[in-house]
Ligand binder design. Structure first.
Ligand code: SF4
Ligand code: SF4
Length: 368
């Protein structure tokens, strides 16, 4: 009887969760605005309702969460988490209080949304964010149990470049600071600084930093017009191709929204697919498939994680990308002139210098 009650309670909580994942108003469905994306809204809505997204790092889906990661994956996770730790603690424990105090102190300001958006973009650029766009938060892409972390519906999306010289060394994990883990620190500090700037305009907001599984950043970066969906599952932008990390701030103001854009990059992917060919885990499928209502190449994240862990990092998909190697403008110009992907043969012929670990052979057997 007691068990039955517990079960009922869990079910009720679970159903409550579902309701939160419903998009409030389908007229505001910004995924439908993405150029050249095949998409079935009913299917995505249904999946969001019956099987909401989980955290994107497979071990974080377990009950032990951070403890599990720190014990079993310390060599790949600690360098990634540690630069972000102060910002992570600030985000989870302190920013709510800071928000209340600052907004109260500056409550008389409330600037007009157009001017505020301009100020946000200028300040973001001064903090080192090459990309800044505004979209609506799509709660279908907020992961299970994290809805409360997003109190507002307008989202400012921020992109910061990862250092090219570090990514160029992939997959040599023995290099210090590989593959630019410091970007997490730089982008996290910048995101919080920008959030406090917004609060000092008298506007409440809530910041989420990179290395945060609470929301799917790529969807929001794309609907904010900052890039397109790359074949490897991340965002490719006209500034750096696949080489950036994202942060997001939800803001209590009706900022004018940016529109999703067609930069011609996703079209180029179909003639390239170097990331698909070079992925050591064969985690990126050759052909797109229907996945939760979207027609795309769905990464097998368990395969990716196994290799990432086995080699204590990877990022071969990013380093194989000509957009990252030569710059998106050069690659697009070359493609327009010749119909060929710049550097394709050279990158295809490269052999990644993986260091052999005790799991390497077993892992390679799995994907052969
Ligand atoms: S990180 Fe490595 S294993 Fe994962 S998808 Fe990219 S290339 Fe494949
Ligand atoms: S490697 Fe090629 S297919 Fe993959 S994201 Fe870059 S351009 Fe697109």
């Amino acid at each position: 009887m007691k068990e039955d009650k517990k079960k009922q309670l869990r079910l009720r909580e679970y159903r409550g969760q579902h309701v939160k994942f419903r998009p409030n108003d389908m007229e505001q469905d910004r995924v439908a605005l993405i150029p050249n994306l095949e998409y079935r809204p009913e299917e995505l809505n249904l999946y969001s309702e019956v099987d909401p997204l989980h955290e994107n790092v497979p071990p974080l889906r377990g009950s032990n969460k951070l403890g599990y990661l720190l014990v079993h994956h310390k060599r790949e996770v600690i360098p990634e988490i540690s630069p972000t730790l102060p910002a992570l603690i600030y985000m989870e424990a302190l920013q709510g209080r800071v928000d209340g105090k600052l907004v109260k102190k500056y409550s008389g300001r409330r600037p007009d949304p157009v001017g505020l958006k301009q100020d946000i973009k200028e300040y973001a650029a001064s903090l080192g964010f090459a990309q800044c766009g505004v979209t609506l938060l799509d709660r279908r892409f907020v992961t299970m149990g994290n809805d409360g972390k997003f109190p507002h519906n307008v989202a400012v999306v921020l992109g910061m470049e990862m250092r090219r010289e570090f990514l160029m060394q992939s997959p040599n994990y023995r290099l210090r600071n590989y593959p630019d883990y410091d970007v997490y620190r730089r982008a996290s500090r910048g995101t919080h600084k920008l959030a406090n700037f917004i609060r000092r305009q008298g506007v409440s907001c809530s910041a989420r930093i990179p290395f945060d599984g609470a929301v799917v950043y790529p969807t929001h970066a794309i609907t904010a017009g900052l890039g397109e969906l790359g074949a490897f599952g991340g965002v490719i932008t006209p500034e750096f191709g696949p080489r950036q990390r994202w942060g997001l701030i939800t803001v209590d103001a009706d900022l004018p929204l940016d529109e999703p854009r067609d930069y011609g990059l996703a079209e180029l992917c179909e003639s390239c697919l170097l990331c698909v060919a070079k992925c050591p885990a064969k985690a990126i499928p050759e052909k797109p498939m229907w996945w939760r209502g979207v027609y795309k190449r769905k990464i097998n994240d368990l395969k990716c994680w196994a290799f990432f862990t086995g080699w204590h990092t990877c990022a071969v998909c990013i380093n194989s990308c000509p957009l990252h190697r030569f710059g998106p403008r050069e690659v697009l110009d070359h493609y327009e002139r010749t119909g060929e992907v710049l550097g394709y043969e050279e990158i295809m012929a490269e052999k990644p210098a993986f260091r052999k670990t005790k799991n390497t052979d077993r892992l390679m057997d799995l994907v052969r």
